[in-house]
Design a protein around this ligand. Structure first.
Ligand code: F0G
Length: 420
């Protein structure tokens, strides 16, 4: 299966284990899935994908959460807390305000550690156990580290997380800390942290669980399956567009893979696939730059800055998987400034949906594209909100109203609120 939307299914090569193998998206090299630890192609260092001889249809899915989709995953079960089955919120006022036919918000902040990363870790940590590695590691803007710490703890494995010093939201560091990860605060940005973890992994010091690890993306595919099933149950059709925040572009790659597999299995038509629409913060927008320039490669931004620290990333390592996803599905990418992100955080909060800044980027991006006429008024849209409000309490305080000091008596409170 190439990265095109209508690529046919492949026969299992001799290296396959029970119809599952790893394949390089650059040179087509094929590898056994669980014999050795590898994160990229042995021959050309290209990105690897997990491939299946028998991709599933919707009829193969049963149960709830990520493991409902076991037929599309390399194992029947994983290290689970459990994860997935997140709400697809209706946001009627926001829908009217933005001006689209339908708008739903898939709130991935409702996963066990408060972000979509749990979907990747339930599979990734299971694979780590299969491979028999003993030290798990990631670079992180925060959420990956929280998820890895929790899933590593659950599996009884040692975890090491590298964070950009001073640039990770408080809730995320607190999680990594309490779940007992060893936390290294690196003097550098996320991209530097990832360079280091990759070096450590290549030297065999750690098992890498960033989204460069192809098995993580298998778990994250299930966001796509859930959205399609839930939307179809409610409206009898699939959404026209899915809008999501982009950092390393792992989710964009994972959703595209979910769609490709369903098309290969004959479970959906290529023209039914939602347009993947990526949103980045203006201060960290290398993917947007590449999409706008029609480039096949992304230029690494050395300097990045945004209040949405989760997506403060200048070198989206999954770009070679994600750019074809955006292109093949007829999607696009857009950059939004921090003020628009905070405003979108307030918009969602007014509907009762509490998200961290990076998550609100999806809504800010949709609003901008709607204003530009790139998104039509008759579209059915799903925005992905990737992390919970409590991940970044400081940003929530900044976006929200201030507490009002008041005396400790009913009279004082009555007077303060202007009671008659
Ligand atoms: N939203 C949130 C809340 C995130 O934490 C991330 C990534 C993204 C969006 C971007 O997703 O990388 O798949 O494009 N956070 C990573 C981390 C980098 O370390 O927690 P992507």
């Amino acid at each position: 299966m190439s990265l095109s939307l209508d690529a046919p299914t492949q026969d299992a090569p001799s290296v396959a284990d029970d119809g599952v193998w790893l394949e390089c998206i650059a040179c087509g090299g094929q590898f056994a899935p669980f014999d050795d630890v590898r994160f990229t192609c042995d021959d050309c260092d290209g990105l690897l994908e997990v491939r299946y001889a028998d991709p599933p249809t919707f009829d193969d899915f049963a149960g709830e959460g990520v493991w409902r989709y076991a037929a599309a995953l390399p194992f029947e079960e994983g290290v689970s807390l459990p994860e997935g089955h997140t709400p697809l919120h209706e946001v009627p006022r926001l829908k009217e305000d933005v001006g689209v036919n339908r708008l739903r918000v898939k709130h991935e902040g409702m996963n066990p550690t408060g972000s979509f990363k749990d979907r990747g870790m339930t599979v990734g940590v299971r694979v780590a156990a299969e491979l028999g590695v003993d030290r798990l590691a990631c670079a992180s803007t925060g959420n990956t580290s929280a998820a890895l710490a929790a899933y590593g703890a659950r599996a009884g494995m040692e975890t090491l997380v590298l964070l950009p010093a001073g640039k990770v939201a408080a809730g995320k560091v607190a999680q990594a800390s309490l779940h007992d990860a060893r936390i290294l605060e690196v003097d550098g940005n996320f991209d530097t942290c990832l360079d280091i973890v990759q070096d450590l992994a290549n030297r065999g010091e750690v098992y890498l669980l960033n989204s460069l690890n192809p098995f993580r993306l298998e778990g994250q595919k299930t966001i796509g399956f859930e959205i399609l099933e839930e939307f179809r149950d409610d409206y009898g059709r699939f959404p026209d567009r899915i809008v999501l925040p982009v950092g390393n572009a792992g989710n964009t790659s994972a959703l595209f893979k979910a769609f490709r597999e369903l098309v290969a299995a004959g479970a959906m038509q290529p023209e039914e696939v939602p347009a993947l629409t990526g949103v980045q913060a203006a201060g960290a927008a290398p993917m947007v730059e590449a999409v706008e320039n029609g480039a096949d490669e992304v230029r690494r931004w050395e300097e990045v800055e945004t209040r949405a620290t989760a997506i403060r990333i200048g070198n989206p390592v999954n770009a070679p998987k994600a750019l074809p996803g955006i292109r093949e599905t007829g999607g696009t990418a857009v950059a939004v400034d921090d003020e628009a992100i905070t405003e979108a955080q307030r918009d969602l909060a007014r509907e009762g949906v509490g998200v961290e800044p990076a998550s609100a980027a999806s809504v800010a991006g949709l609003r901008k594209l709607r204003e530009q006429g790139v998104v039509d008024a008759d579209e059915d849209v799903v925005c992905l909100t990737t992390g919970h409000l409590l991940k970044d309490p400081d940003a929530a305080y900044e976006a929200g109203g201030d507490p009002e000091p008041v005396g400790g008596s009913t009279e004082a409170v009555r007077e303060h609120i202007g009671a008659e």
